[in-house]
Design a binder for this molecule. Structure first.
Ligand code: KIV
Ligand code: ZN
Length: 525
């Protein structure tokens, strides 16, 4: 279909970036983040110029509520948003959490497609009434209200127009159009926004947002097509984290708008040099490695291996590079560090890699760096990235902490692991055997902290080359349908495995005993 004359909002060239890493991203199985990790990510999102941060789902748990409240208190520039279903209790709890922000937003939603109406047992008119009541209620609390018809791309067009009109009349200031199941196609995504702008009374008074999932790998294309048709807010996550195949990746839409500004003449407020830093942080805390060939932030995104490409790059970088590595915060050099490198050199190197450290954090990271440099002659960029991931996930107050591990291996007989670990503050020791050093170590952990979680994934990869290379280990555990991930790096693969396993267990403990850790501490002691 063809679009009508552009509306007020659609005429503007500024596209708002709404990041939902801490809400939709955290919903992806295994990506549970700790309170401190959420605060760190939010601070970086705020610093890099994200316009709206969806910080969580306040009614989901006390942990979510606390995180949203604290992020709201700390935010310097960004609007802080919380999610709420279409009921007063959810909306009130959401408001309680976001109201601390200088610029709060309530985001409320309901599934509007035939399938969702059937589940909620509401007919079309019943749902209209509910939307009017809940959006009005939210608007009475907060003057910045976003409303989403979940599964909008599978909702009948006439009905979608009715629900959007109802939400606008009830006071919504942003209308988000979610492609909840990643079903739409770029031309259809654009036509849907154009249709709403043309048919819905009052559509020119609000901002339309696009929220795309990546089930068919079209989330970025669908989001950009929606912008071309008049949407002025893109909902996205770092590294495309999110339910199932994830959401639109922030780094992809932001860089596409920048690199192809000739055909997409829109701007964002993002400082793109912060992209690599936040990508690595999100990967470390979520335990989801970034795929090597991932657009913009993958390890190979700026690597040139073939002779023809290398030759072209040496003559003129533009032959094979459409964006400069430094534009996304990637260091231009690969200066090797070693045990004689000082604190200032480390700070400069980390800054090149996209990590800006305060004095206290630098002190801690420098100790880790020295320990690594003692074991490894040459410390490469990737080693430092792994070390930063390690520092980001280290938690002094974690329930389980490994103190000492000694593994005895031989060609005959079972392997043996001697493990000393604090469990809720009490130091415990055990000697366990197993079918290989990692199995023996995991058995030892299980003997000191009995649990029923099943090991779903155990994966090792070398950070750099050579026999002294660090190994990064990822572990995924599943208990009662919930997945918990852990990641760790060390020059010793067994130590990295033990730490990754304990890391996943600490997340499980935190998730299941939120607010009741002291009881667990007592029973453990
Ligand atoms: O995908 C979706 O529909 C959502 C809504 C809650 C906006 O995440
Ligand atoms: Zn979603």
């Amino acid at each position: 279909m063809t679009s009508s004359a552009p509306t007020l909002a659609a005429q503007q060239d500024r596209v708002l970036i709404f990041d939902t890493t801490l809400r939709d991203g955290e919903q992806s199985p295994g990506a549970t983040m700790t309170h401190a990790e959420k605060l760190d990510i939010a601070a970086l999102l705020d610093e890099m110029g994200v316009d709206i941060i969806e910080a969580g789902f306040p009614i989901a748990s006390d942990g979510d509520f606390q995180a949203v409240s604290e992020i709201a208190k700390n935010a310097q520039n960004a609007v802080i948003c919380g999610l709420a279903r279409a009921n007063f209790a959810d909306i009130d709890r959401c408001w309680e959490a976001v109201r601390h922000a200088a610029r709060p937003r309530i985001h409320t939603f309901i599934g509007t497609s035939p399938l969702h109406r059937e589940i909620t047992a509401l007919d079309q008119d019943g749902m209209i009434t509910k939307i009017h009541e809940t959006v009005s209620h939210a608007r009475n609390l907060c003057d910045n209200v976003q409303w989403s018809p979940m599964d909008a791309t599978r909702t009948e067009h006439d009905y979608l127009c009715r629900v959007v009109e109802t939400a606008i009349k009830a006071g919504a200031t942003t209308i988000n159009i979610p492609d909840t199941v990643g079903y739409t196609y770029p031309r259809e995504s654009a036509d849907l926004i154009a249709m709403l702008l043309e048919r819905v009374p009052g559509a020119d008074t609000i901002i339309f947002a696009t929220h795309c999932h990546n089930d068919l790998g079209m989330a970025t294309a669908n989001a950009l097509a929606a912008v071309e048709a008049g949407a002025r807010q893109i909902e996205c996550t770092i590294n495309g984290l999110g339910e199932r195949a994830g959401n639109t990746a922030l780094e992809e839409v932001v860089m596409a708008l920048r690199v192809r500004n000739d055909i997409l003449p829109y701007r964002t407020g993002i400082d793109t040099t912060k992209i690599m830093g936040i990508s690595r942080m999100v990967s470390a805390v979520s335990g989801f490695p970034v795929q090597y060939n991932k657009a913009v932030v993958g390890k190979n995104a700026f690597a040139h291996e073939s002779g023809i490409h290398q030759d072209g790059m040496l003559k003129n970088k533009e032959t094979f590079e459409i964006m400069r590595p430094e534009d996304v915060g990637l260091a231009a050099t690969n200066l090797v560090m070693g045990k004689h490198s000082g604190r200032a050199a480390l700070r400069a190197k980390l800054s090149e890699l996209g990590y800006e450290l305060g004095d206290n954090q630098l002190k801690d990271v420098f100790v880790r760096f020295k320990a690594l440099a003692d074991r490894k002659k040459e410390v490469y960029d990737d080693d430092l990235i792994a070390l930063m991931a390690e520092a980001n996930t280290a938690d002094e107050d974690a329930f389980l902490q490994i103190r000492r591990l000694r593994v005895i291996c031989g060609t005959d007989g079972p392997q043996e692991a001697e493990l000393t670990m604090t469990v809720g503050g009490t130091e415990k020791f055990v000697d366990a055997t197993g079918d290989g050093p990692v199995d023996a170590t995991f058995n030892a952990v299980k003997m000191l902290f009995a649990h029923d979680a099943k090991l779903e994934l155990y994966q090792v990869h070398a950070v750099t080359e050579g026999t002294d290379a660090q190994a990064t280990v990822s572990v995924r555990l599943k208990l009662d349908g919930v997945v918990y991930s852990g990641q760790s790096s060390d020059t010793d693969t067994v130590v990295a495995s033990a730490k990754a396993y304990v890391n996943a267990l600490n997340r499980l403990i935190l998730h299941r005993h939120r607010g009741n850790l002291s009881a667990l501490m007592t029973s453990a002691g």
